[in-house]
Design a protein around this ligand. Structure first.
Ligand SMILES: NC(=O)C1=CN([C@@H]2O[C@H](COP(=O)(O)OP(=O)(O)OC[C@H]3O[C@@H](n4cnc5c(N)ncnc54)[C@H](O)[C@@H]3O)[C@@H](O)[C@H]2O)C=CC1
Ligand SMILES: O=C(O)C1=N[C@H](C(=O)O)C[C@H](O)C1
Length: 266
């Protein structure tokens, strides 16, 4: 069986390192190259902290795609870079698996259209952890019965985007089934700006950033005399890797655009 040829963008990042280990540790995958901001022409295996690997480091993404001709791109970078990589990969008919968060609605629409034009599969996953996907699905179920909800996401303090991609996706999934409602008192006023968090169609999202945290979210529902809290915690980044593998295996079999692992998990 031919191995799936994979390029990873952002290999020295917190998630990128885990993804390198996943790909190198998976029999049916080949790490064919990595894309970084520096170390052009070196081997990833020659950098401190990486296992043995001959995969070359590229700083020019298009050059990487042309020379390596991968099947799949795994992108774990930043929103601007991730958008450029995903768009470019699709133009080369390379299938993107994107964990990078912070894409706008317009970015996602552009990628969906490009994906259809190129007839190339693409998976954008705001959260690869199966438990987090279940948290989002359970929250959507609960929102049919509870119209009032607040989302609190908690992350490490090196995170660039707020709210998290998971919180945004959760709010979108809830709003698909929830009757629109502006929550809280009609006359409420913030005495300190931001006290009520971000407002997504009347739902409030609160972002906590602290050292010591990894990735956590709780979705709180309230109704007369009762509350329901649905919470997920990732305590390490290997918690995301089974979802990355599922996404790579799935993207190899499809030509469609998928936003969210809930669409491919049975
Ligand atoms: N979908 C999911 O389950 C998860 C998604 N994430 C997302 O993944 C992304 C990365 O997160 P972390 O690994 O924590 O961040 P990080 O800051 O540790 O890693 C990002 C890496 O991207 C690299 N990078 C920046 N510009 C680049 C360029 N032009 N070319 C190549 N590499 C470049 C940086 O050098 C850095 O090594 C973030 O958007 C984060 O929100 C993080 C955890 C889980
Ligand atoms: O930056 C992170 O760490 C994470 N980012 C993703 C997000 O924005 O939801 C997924 C997970 O929460 C970890």
């Amino acid at each position: 069986m031919e191995k799936v040829k994979i390029v990873i963008a952002g290999p020295r990042g917190r998630m990128g390192k885990e993804a390198v280990n996943l790909v190198l540790g998976t029999e049916e995958y080949e790490l064919s190259g990595v894309v970084d901001r520096k170390y052009e022409g070196k081997k990833i295996g020659d950098l401190d902290g990486f296992p043995e690997s001959d995969a070359l480091i590229y700083t020019d993404f298009e050059k990487c795609l042309q020379e390596v001709e991968p099947d799949v791109l795994i992108d774990l970078t930043t929103p601007e870079v991730g958008m450029f990589h995903t768009r470019t990969a699709l133009k080369y008919k390379v299938r993107p698996v994107v964990g990078t968060t912070g894409f706008s609605k317009e970015d996602l629409e552009e990628l969906e259209q490009l994906c259809a034009e190129q007839e190339t599969g693409c998976i954008i996953a705001p959260n690869f952890a199966v438990g987090a996907v279940l948290m989002m699905k359970f929250s959507q179920m609960a929102a049919k019965y509870f119209n009032d909800v607040e989302i609190i996401e908690l992350h490490h303090d090196q995170k660039l985007d707020a709210p998290s991609g998971t919180a945004v996706k959760t709010a979108q999934m809830i709003s698909d089934v929830r009757d629109p409602k502006k929550q809280g008192h009609a006359d409420e006023k913030e005495t300190i700006q931001g006290a009520r968090g971000a407002d997504y169609e009347g739902m409030h999202i609160h972002s906590v950033r602290l050292p010591g945290l990894i990735a956590h979210q709780q979705v709180l529902f309230g109704a007369d005399g009762q509350t329901l809290t649905i919470r997920h915690d990732s305590y390490n980044r290997s918690s995301f890797m089974s979802g990355v593998k599922l996404a790579v295996d799935t993207v190899m079999k499809m030509d469609a655009f998928v936003y969210g692992l809930e669409n491919i998990i049975e």
